[in-house]
Design a protein around this ligand. Structure first.
Ligand code: HEC
Ligand code: HEC
Ligand code: HEC
Ligand code: HEC
Ligand code: HEC
Ligand code: HEC
Ligand code: HEC
Ligand code: HEC
Ligand code: HEC
Ligand code: HEC
Ligand code: HEC
Ligand code: HEC
Ligand code: HEC
Length: 445
């Protein structure tokens, strides 16, 4: 890289403003290179390179043609500088540094800003070659917006990919202290966060808020195809999975103290929305906060704080009401064991199977199986909801107080005794049952 340049040389002439226009000093000019009318402007810059300030032009320039006032550089590329400055080193070297183009970023003589940079700010220098980094985005990251590229990158060479000053996560967390503190000591860290941040965030900017590479749920779907399939190709959907901040309504994208990086205890997550009646196209959904508060007998899984014990298809799926497995959607159903797969995940199907039993269920009159009588029939078999509250109830055995029957809340008036019970539902007159000595209820309808 030999450059020719105009240069003042020693001589005996008086300075004249005219010779600068001529591009060279008159022969025998006695002054220095930076005299007024010559390269004086080099000494007027706010920051002056040390050897220039000392008038040591010759550490870089040697006369090539004295008559023509032509000069060549003393060395090529970085070698011009590395006599006095350490050559940058690191596993990753920035392309222009590797090419020895120190002057792509530094003015060898002086500059208006710090570090002899060719631009006013670091960012101006960098974006001179990397123009898309900031300009391409609707939302720009604070430090990138102000051109503080070297808050994250080394300008010359680094030991980390992409010329980062430290491993990527460390680079980010150094500034994001509150998040760093939140990540500390959490029981569950979302796998990609342990590796870094740029799987989801663009470090410079993005068209989506929070510099997300894409918003949830698309961002999350990109790595969780099974959830994507459940949410988008199922027949039963759950609104929050794809609406608003979607996945982030229930999950913490980074880390949490709750399994499946949930934001709160699993049941609290559900009750954060199901704490009021929700109107849907197909009807109202109950207010579960009041239901649980007003009904002290909580069904096993709920007592354990686990709605997904039954609603395992929380992200969407093919079963009625996002349930794990089959459960009839209507009030009556022809009996089929598979239809109640949900209940039989945890309870014995035997309770419904035989007409006579002395053990399979407590809902019997002597050995007459009353579960069989009601449930196990063609056509109008009563589904479990005819008698049981699935979530919570006031009565033992999760027997329900009433069931919706059209517009009417059909009461059950269930009473339990040590060996049986009685019922005065809207369906028939008062009937009793007793397991020890069977009761004769007449007349029977
Ligand atoms: C640290 C090395 C270095 C020193 C010291 C130095 N120069 Fe330069 N100079 C260069 C380089 C390198 C170039 C070529 C610039 C480029 O490629 O952009 C250059 C270019 C020039 C040019 C032509 C382009 C321009 O910027 O106007 C002039 C004139 C010049 N130098 C004068 C001087 C004078 C006068 C001094 C002493 C006061 C001096 N230089 C000291 C490295 C130096
Ligand atoms: C003759 C020795 C010498 C040569 C050759 C030299 N420099 Fe310098 N340079 C210095 C001295 C001395 C300083 C001031 C002390 C310091 O900051 O390190 C300096 C300062 C600098 C600074 C400013 C540092 C700061 O933080 O403000 C930069 C940038 C720089 N030089 C770049 C270069 C480049 C690029 C070249 C090659 C084109 C070069 N130098 C060639 C001696 C030299
Ligand atoms: C891509 C632009 C770029 C190139 C090319 C480049 N520098 Fe720099 N250099 C910078 C920036 C930016 C800084 C300020 C560093 C900071 O802000 O952390 C800097 C700082 C410096 C400094 C002062 C601070 C320090 O690290 O000691 C010196 C000396 C220096 N550069 C020398 C060189 C030399 C010699 C070369 C060529 C081998 C070179 N630079 C090539 C951008 C560059
Ligand atoms: C003279 C042009 C030029 C300037 C100025 C410049 N770069 Fe580069 N930079 C390149 C080239 C060429 C590459 C290699 C090709 C590419 O990745 O685009 C590169 C690559 C990079 C890379 C990727 C390195 C890797 O290994 O993945 C980063 C990061 C980078 N530059 C940051 C900066 C920063 C920060 C600045 C300002 C301090 C800057 N660049 C200034 C030309 C430049
Ligand atoms: C907050 C930290 C941070 C700041 C500030 C930052 N970068 Fe980066 N940059 C990164 C990280 C992290 C990567 C690696 C991205 C990847 O591998 O996907 C990167 C990658 C790059 C790359 C190479 C890949 C690409 O995206 O083109 C270039 C070039 C680059 N940065 C230039 C710049 C410039 C120019 C600036 C200043 C305007 C800047 N960066 C500011 C963190 C930052
Ligand atoms: C030099 C300091 C610095 C570094 C390093 C840094 N950031 Fe930032 N970041 C900021 C500042 C400043 C803001 C704007 C603060 C605000 O609006 O609250 C910001 C905002 C953000 C935001 C948006 C937050 C919000 O509430 O609007 C995200 C996301 C973010 N940074 C991610 C990252 C990632 C990922 C990295 C590492 C690649 C990183 N940051 C590295 C300083 C930094
Ligand atoms: C798996 C994707 C993913 C990864 C990896 C990730 N984030 Fe986020 N980040 C998000 C999402 C999604 C949000 C928005 C959360 C919301 O809407 O509640 C977010 C929000 C943020 C915010 C703003 C709100 C807050 O929580 O403070 C910051 C800052 C942030 N992330 C920084 C980081 C940093 C730093 C890392 C690396 C340690 C990182 N993120 C890793 C997805 C991710
Ligand atoms: C870059 C890929 C990637 C992205 C993007 C991503 N994840 Fe993950 N996620 C993983 C990996 C890898 C695991 C651990 C393996 C697994 O369980 O599938 C995981 C695990 C999970 C887990 C289970 C954690 C546990 O402890 O069981 C949840 C919940 C989760 N991710 C939610 C999300 C959400 C919400 C988003 C969007 C904000 C998201 N993921 C975006 C890769 C990703
Ligand atoms: C309404 C709250 C809610 C929303 C919204 C939600 N999840 Fe979940 N997610 C859960 C619950 C609760 C679990 C724990 C399931 C269990 O314990 O059976 C879970 C578990 C997971 C798991 C780990 C177990 C598995 O099934 O693989 C992943 C991965 C996951 N969710 C990803 C996502 C993604 C991706 C989104 C957005 C598309 C999302 N979640 C939206 C509540 C939610
Ligand atoms: C962010 C609010 C929100 C959270 C959190 C939430 N839900 Fe929902 N859920 C809704 C809304 C809105 C509907 C009604 C719209 C619809 O059917 O998707 C609904 C509907 C339902 C339905 C009826 C679905 C149908 O179409 O039959 C069930 C069952 C359900 N949620 C269970 C749960 C469970 C279990 C949890 C906890 C893991 C939970 N929800 C957490 C908002 C939420
Ligand atoms: C033992 C299994 C089971 C558990 C545990 C369970 N559910 Fe259900 N859930 C069901 C069944 C079965 C239905 C359908 C009831 C029906 O149609 O009669 C249902 C229906 C629903 C519905 C829609 C119908 C309505 O009544 O609003 C919502 C919403 C719902 N459950 C939310 C929850 C929430 C929230 C939890 C945790 C507090 C929970 N479920 C725990 C089995 C369960
Ligand atoms: C995930 C397991 C699970 C599922 C699924 C389940 N249950 Fe239960 N159920 C339990 C547990 C545990 C108990 C015992 C604790 C209690 O009294 O709630 C129980 C108790 C009962 C009781 C009271 C029994 C007694 O001896 O006190 C009835 C009635 C009942 N369940 C009905 C149902 C019906 C109807 C379904 C289907 C809609 C169903 N269960 C689904 C776990 C489950
Ligand atoms: C006609 C009302 C009625 C219907 C319909 C009904 N049950 Fe019951 N069930 C009862 C009564 C009453 C008891 C309490 C028996 C006792 O302890 O005296 C009971 C008890 C139970 C028990 C406790 C264990 C046992 O068998 O004694 C379970 C479990 C149970 N029912 C599950 C179900 C399931 C699952 C369905 C639907 C497939 C269902 N029940 C349908 C009335 C009904």
């Amino acid at each position: 890289m030999t450059r020719l340049l105009s240069h003042a040389i020693a001589g005996s002439f008086v300075v004249s403003a005219a010779f600068a226009d001529a591009g060279k000093p008159p022969p025998g000019y006695p002054g220095t290179c930076t005299d007024a009318g010559c390269h004086h402007s080099f000494t007027e810059r706010r920051v002056i390179h040390d050897p220039v300030g000392e008038g040591e032009c010759d550490v870089c320039h040697t006369v090539a043609d004295e008559k023509e006032h032509r000069f060549k550089l003393n060395a090529e590329g970085a070698e011009l500088c590395t006599d006095c400055h350490d050559a940058p080193s690191g596993k990753v070297e920035h392309d222009p540094v590797a090419q020895g183009e120190c002057t792509a970023c530094h003015d060898p003589h002086g500059s208006a800003g710090r570090h002899l940079l060719t631009g006013r700010t670091v960012g101006e220098v960098c974006t001179g070659c990397h123009d898309g980094v900031v300009d391409d985005h609707k939302y720009v990251h604070g430090p990138a917006a102000v051109g503080a590229c070297t808050a994250c990158h080394e300008a010359h060479a680094a030991d980390h990919p992409a010329l980062l000053r430290a491993p990527e996560q460390e680079v980010c967390l150094k500034c994001h202290q509150p998040l760093a503190e939140r990540l500390q000591g959490k029981s569950y860290t979302h796998a990609p966060v342990s590796k870094g941040c740029i799987a989801c965030h663009n470090p410079h900017g993005a068209d989506d808020k929070l510099m997300l590479k894409q918003p949830a749920p698309g961002l999350c779907f990109s790595c969780h195809p099974a959830i994507s399939a459940a949410a988008t190709s199922g027949t039963v959907n759950h609104a929050p999975i794809t609406e608003g901040s979607a996945c982030a309504l229930c999950h913490d994208a980074h880390a949490s103290d709750f399994e499946s990086v949930l934001k709160q205890e699993p049941i609290t997550v559900c009750l954060s929305c199901h704490d009021k009646t929700i109107e849907t196209k197909t009807g109202k959904l109950g207010d579960f906060k009041s239901l649980l508060a007003n009904n002290p007998e909580h069904h096993g899984p709920i007592a354990e704080g686990n709605c997904t014990g039954c609603h395992g298809e929380v992200h969407g799926g093919t079963h009625f009401r996002l349930l794990n497995s089959d459960y009839p959607a209507k009030f009556y159903a022809s009996y089929d064991e598979d239809l109640y797969a949900l209940c039989f995940e945890c309870h014995e199907a035997d309770a419904m199977r035989d007409k006579r039993t002395d053990a399979a269920t407590d809902f019997r009159n002597g050995d007459e199986n009353l579960h069989y009588v009601h449930v196990n029939r063609e056509g109008k078999g009563r589904t479990c909801r005819a008698c049981h509250q699935t979530h919570a109830s006031k009565w033992p055995k999760h027997v329900t107080e009433s069931v919706p029957f059209g517009d009417w809340d059909l009461p059950l008036n269930f009473e339990k005794t040590p060996t049986g019970g009685s019922c005065l539902p809207g369906c028939h007159r008062l009937y009793r049952y007793d397991r020890k000595s069977s009761v004769v209820n007449v007349p029977r309808t």
